[in-house]
Design a protein around this ligand. Structure first.
Ligand SMILES: NC(=O)c1ccc[n+]([C@@H]2O[C@H](COP(=O)([O-])OP(=O)(O)OC[C@H]3O[C@@H](n4cnc5c(N)ncnc54)[C@H](O)[C@@H]3O)[C@@H](O)[C@H]2O)c1
Ligand SMILES: O=C(O)[C@H](O)COP(=O)(O)O
Length: 623
């Protein structure tokens, strides 16, 4: 049954007015309008959506969720625009941008229950550090939530694992508040050294305590910056300007970058044992949690002063109280706490040698406007299907790579969809192999996107799981599907990233035996021609048919009149043929006919095709 690859084939291009090839590429089609509503919104619906946006803004700062607000959210969520829930205060410029794209509901101070009850009506959620985006939130979203935007840097309040499992992209705004946070760190450093907060409180209480509030000087002192990233390096730069000797500890920082601003990178122990001031700027991760504890405080210079504008959780707060009481730590200035807000009777907050601010690091007008724009752009881009440069739980693919790979991404998904439909009982697929033929060096071809789309193509037709670049690998693992990849360097133009993609599925039965190679693997291969994905091989049969909507594959005994006979059946049933390709092993021997059709033929039409005597087997595939 398998034909040699040296086959004859010819192609009939059937002009069709009704078909318009899909030109828009979207690798992460995150927002899909509600299926219950027509995509062409009536003018009245557009008006009500705009009205909704206005109403929503009027809910700012309202505690709790009024019935009328949720009704408008429900109404808007059915429309053709995405619904974006903003759960903490966001700069106006960002809100404007969001409103120009979707329905925006600003509901602040939601309880966890209120957030969970709203979230299934929302396509995107924008938070700052005050909203905990837990697994329960993703569960309650029932698959609708596609993007979480963190208007700021730290994403420790978002359950990233759960986001990934639910295919929800998380993006942050990592740059716009850097300077604000660094300035706040310096403000706390200076205020602490000169007892500004304590002296202010004292004088307001009617006292005049000049001897009590004698401070310490900064010039000539050693500052250890723990975490030499964006904020840490800006703090270091400013501290140098104050005449401090700055050292830094960061296991991942580049020494040259530090040296360029006159900072030595040192070990953790050297940093904490030599510093007079220690300023914390690392993220909260399992490794940094409570990294400042009884053990580490005991190694510090007696009388050290600590500033924390990073995350409360990097310090064991009880241990810090002990270190302050014993005098090992002379003073601390804290903007962040394990629990926010901290309890009123927190020993740490109430300690006389502690200066506190309520997580104000990013709170300047300038930073908040910048963050709002940065996050709004990222969320809108993600909803449009673009990959954000600030994606936290998805591989970052540079825009130029993305645009180059875009037609191959479509091809990859269609090959996956095709292959799974060729398997009888598709759910039993355990492994798939993808072979990329390319003139490029394997290191010069990023296939993560292609692999994700093949996974999407294989999984989506046989399950209700939504697959995208975020959750593709996770979902494949969950379903017990192992995707292996092979790259074959071929002699073609390196201008073109991929010459062909071949997908093989082993250890399965096929409902179209001609799709099996001699080794028993279902094999389909495709290429991109003039920007359009084409099927170029099924099993060992060469074909050439553009992968557009629906495809009928027939194996037949080659004889005159076959194209006409099948074409007539389809024509009589008003099924528009847009492409046809026939490949045969030799004249009057076996042939494979691939027919692209715009409409899905009904069962009767397919039965009639099957009854054509020369047709040995056929399959209908939806792409
Ligand atoms: N208080 C605020 O309002 C405020 C504002 C902005 C940022 N932040 C927080 O400040 C921190 C830093 O922000 P950023 O924008 O500079 O982030 P960043 O990612 O640019 O820098 C973090 C640095 O920490 C380093 N790091 C990671 N693990 C470390 C470890 N174990 N020891 C030492 N260094 C380690 C990383 O290599 C990185 O260079 C984050 O926790 C962020 O959430 C707080
Ligand atoms: O990580 C951050 O960006 C800061 O902690 C700012 O948090 P905020 O947005 O809640 O002010």
């Amino acid at each position: 049954m398998a034909a040699s690859s040296a086959t004859y084939f010819f192609v009939v291009r059937v002009p069709s007015n009704s078909f318009s090839p899909s030109t828009r590429f979207s690798f992460l089609p995150l927002f899909k309008p509600s299926p219950s509503v027509s995509l062409k919104a009536s003018p009245s619906r557009s008006r009500s959506a705009n009205l909704f946006a206005r109403n929503a803004l009027e809910t700012i700062d309202s505690k709790g969720t009024s019935v009328s607000k949720d009704r408008s959210l429900e109404a808007a969520s059915l429309g053709s625009k995405p619904t974006i829930l903003v759960s903490e205060k966001l700069g106006e410029a960002g809100l404007e941008l969001l409103r120009s794209f979707g329905n925006v509901d600003c509901s602040y101070n939601l309880s966890p229950e209120e957030l969970c009850s709203k979230i299934s009506l929302c396509d995107a959620l924008i938070v700052r550090s005050g909203t905990k985006v837990t697994r329960q939130v993703f569960e309650a979203a029932k698959g609708r939530l596609k993007v979480v935007g963190r208007a700021g840097v730290g994403i420790d309040n978002v359950d990233l694992q759960a986001a990934t499992e639910f295919g929800c992209l998380v993006v942050n705004a990592p740059t716009a508040n850097t300077v604000a946070a660094a300035e706040h760190g310096i403000a706390l450093l200076a205020a602490m050294a000169r007892n500004v907060a304590q002296a202010d409180a004292s004088i307001k209480a009617g006292k005049w305590q000049r001897n009590k509030y004698v401070g310490v000087s900064l010039v000539g002192k050693t500052l250890a910056v723990m975490g030499f990233g964006k904020v840490g390096s800006e703090v270091a730069r400013r501290a140098k300007g104050l005449g401090m000797n700055v050292i830094a500890h960061d296991p991942y920082a580049v020494a040259d970058r530090a040296r360029a601003i006159g900072v030595d990178l040192v070990s953790f122990d050297e940093a904490i044992t030599t510093a007079d001031f220690i300023s914390l700027h690392m993220p909260l991760t399992p490794t940094t949690t409570k990294v400042f504890n009884d053990g580490t405080f005991s190694k510090m210079k007696k009388g050290v002063r600590i500033i924390n504008v990073a995350r409360g959780g990097v310090i064991d707060e009880d241990a810090l109280v002990r270190a302050l009481d014993s005098g090992v730590v002379a003073q601390a200035a804290l903007d962040v706490f394990i629990e926010e807000p901290p309890s009123k009777d927190s020993k740490l907050v109430q300690h006389e040698n502690v200066t506190v601010t309520p997580h104000l690091g990013a709170s300047t007008k300038e930073a908040q406007e910048g963050v709002a724009i940065e996050i709004a752009e990222a969320v809108v881009g993600a909803l449009k299907g673009e990959l954000s440069a600030t994606a936290v739980n998805a591989p970052m693919v540079p825009p130029e790579v993305l645009s180059e790979l875009s037609p191959y991404v479509v091809l990859a998904e269609k090959l996956g969809r095709m292959a799974v439909q060729l398997v009888s009982g598709g759910a039993g697929i355990k492994s798939a192999k993808v072979v990329y033929r390319s003139a490029r060096d394997p290191d010069d071809l990023d296939t993560r996107l292609l692999r994700a789309m093949i996974t999407k193509g294989i999984i989506e037709p046989i399950s209700d799981t939504y697959v995208n670049l975020v959750n593709a690998d996770f979902t494949a693992k969950q379903k017990g599907l192992r995707i292996s990849e092979e790259r074959v360097v071929v002699d073609s133009s390196p201008e073109c990233p991929v010459d062909s993609i071949e997908l093989r599925i082993a250890n399965v039965q096929s409902k179209f035996a001609s799709a099996l190679l001699d080794d028993g693997e279902i094999t389909v291969e495709g290429k991109v021609k003039d920007g359009t994905p084409h099927l170029t091989r099924v099993g060992s049969f060469s074909v050439d048919v553009s992968l557009e909507r629906n495809l009928i594959l027939c194996r037949q005994v080659d004889q005159p009149g076959m194209i006409g006979r099948v074409g007539n059946i389809l024509g009589e049933k008003n099924v528009n043929v847009n492409f046809m390709s026939v490949c045969r092993t030799a004249a009057r021997k076996l042939a494979i006919m691939a027919i692209g059709v715009d409409e899905e033929p009904d069962k009767e039409t397919l039965k009639m095709i099957g009854e054509v005597s020369a047709i040995e087997e056929f399959v209908f595939l939806t792409l």
